[in-house]
Design a protein around this ligand. Sequence first.
Ligand code: 5GP
Ligand code: ZN
Length: 115
Amino acid sequence: MDDCIFCKIAQKELSSEVVYETKDVIAFRDVAPVAPTHILVIPKEHIQSLSQLGQSERSNLLPKIYDAIDELVKKESLDDKGYRVVSNTGKEGGQTVNHLHFHLLGGRSMQWPPG
Ligand code: 5GP
Ligand code: ZN
């Protein structure tokens, strides 16, 4: 999608600190981190949000996203300490970039409920 910043990051038209990449998935550090580890895991394909995920993507793409998260959790040494995975969805969900993404947050104690 032409005016999507995450599509541009996925296509390397915009620079970012890439920490994981496969054919279908890319992960990069958030430009405004809210935790010592704050990584965004996204499909390279433009999908707006979890609510736009079709049945076949649910079966094919989500396992690939979770493979990325698994590997990154190990790389960032979060497996014993714990971490949080969040996908803000839609306006009331707090989504500001309309390209499906999963925040991987770790390295500090998380609060609940989120704001
Ligand atoms: P959302 O609010 O949609 O759940 O999350 C969007 C996230 O994308 C925010 O945490 C924001 O800091 C991050 N972000 C926005 N623009 C850029 C960018 O150009 N590069 C990177 N690395 N992160 C971005
Ligand atoms: Zn996009």
